[in-house]
Write a protein that binds this ligand. Structure first.
Ligand SMILES: CC[C@H](O)CC(=O)C(=O)O
Ligand SMILES: [Mn+2]
Length: 344
């Protein structure tokens, strides 16, 4: 049985510049709950405590949003994402008090060790502790399995492969899931979080399920960073057709996607050339809007900025380097100043 996790109200926050209101959250959460989705993730796009100049200011606090989601559901569990260093235990305590029962603790894929305190706290305080290994395309399957084992040793009962850049394809996604499945205890679940930058979001999630992942993320209408996540209603239908049961009911899921989420979207989640460049270059999906802004400011191509970020292997938390890369590209492409006038 697959545990379906909706990220529209967290990853989707990147796409709406963290502007969802408690009313939006309550309406989406209620629709997901009616459709039988197991877990609903809510917070700033960069997790609790993410609202800042660096990551983007949210219109409402995480507390207001989590409370609204918890008030809108009868059976779904509410999840809060936390990145150690951005979110703190105080934020996690608050999220739990307001109704979150699942803690998703996210680190860069090579830095599981910074999650120990938060995963252990969540597990000890009765939350479902989930480890979230971001930018998982950057290391190979066996290195990823080592990092996953660390998270498990801290108390995580689920460990995720997070394809933050949407850079994996079905084969590389499945290899990573299989490695974690082999390395972890039978009672530890493996999760997969897809981005659709290479057009493989749903396909990767299906491949992950075939390889043994039982927690799968998606977003209604794909609402999420970059080209978006695996489109949840499509994923639910495709999982059912490929023989993986979910507790979700397809038509109510389609309805909340179409009637509640679609009208809230500033633009459709398509694989345009900028989003495709994220996947191709292996760049964090949430860098999309930052890179577009920096490119406009320095009059360079967003694609060129993203390719440069990929070359520099920039990771989450280094958003300031996006401006740096755009400025440097502008310098490189500016006509050389010779000091002499043409024809002199
Ligand atoms: C910074 C949080 C990030 O958006 C988490 C996530 O969804 C991902 O890495 O894909
Ligand atoms: Mn994501």
């Amino acid at each position: 049985m697959i545990t379906l996790v909706d990220s529209s109200l967290r990853d989707g926050m990147h796409s709406v510049r963290h502007q969802f209101s408690p009313e939006h959250v309550a309406a989406v959460a209620a629709g997901l709950d009616r459709a039988g989705v197991d877990v609903i993730e809510v917070s700033h796009g960069d997790g609790v405590g993410g609202s800042s100049i660096q990551y983007g200011r949210a219109a409402f606090s995480d507390a207001e949003l989590i409370e609204a989601a918890a008030g809108g559901v009868a059976r779904a569990r509410i999840a809060a994402l936390l990145l150690p260093g951005i979110g703190t235990l105080r934020r996690l305590t608050e999220a739990q008090r307001l109704g979150a029962t699942v803690a998703r603790v996210a680190t860069h894929c090579t830095e599981a060790d910074i999650a120990e305190q938060h995963i252990a706290w969540a597990a000890e305080h009765g939350m479902t502790a989930v480890g979230f290994l971001m930018m998982s395309h950057m290391i190979d399957a066996s290195q990823l399995a080592d990092q996953a084992r660390l998270m498990e040793s801290y108390g995580a009962s689920v460990v995720y492969i997070v394809d933050s850049a949407g850079a994996l394809v079905p084969r590389t996604a499945a290899e990573r899931v299989a490695a974690l499945r082999d390395a972890l205890l039978a009672e530890t679940a493996v999760g997969f979080h897809a981005h659709n930058n290479l057009g493989c979001g749903v396909g990767n999630a299906l491949a992950a399920a075939d390889a043994g992942a039982t927690w799968l993320d998606g977003s209604l209408r794909g609402l999420g960073a970059g080209a978006g996540n695996a489109q949840l209603e499509v994923l639910a239908a495709a999982l059912e057709r490929s023989g993986h049961a979910t507790g979700a009911e397809l038509f109510p899921l389609m309805d909340v996607a179409e009637e509640v989420v679609a009208p809230l979207m500033p633009r459709p989640q398509i694989v345009d050339r900028t989003a495709l460049s994220l996947g191709y270059a292996g760049v964090y999906s949430s860098f999309l809007l930052h890179a577009e802004r920096a490119a406009a400011k320095f009059d360079v191509e967003p694609r060129a900025v993203l390719m440069e970020l990929g070359r520099r292997r920039i990771v989450g938390g280094q958003e300031d380097m996006i401006i740096d890369a755009a400025a440097e590209l502008a310098d490189r492409t500016a006509p050389a100043q010779t000091g002499s006038s043409p024809g002199a």
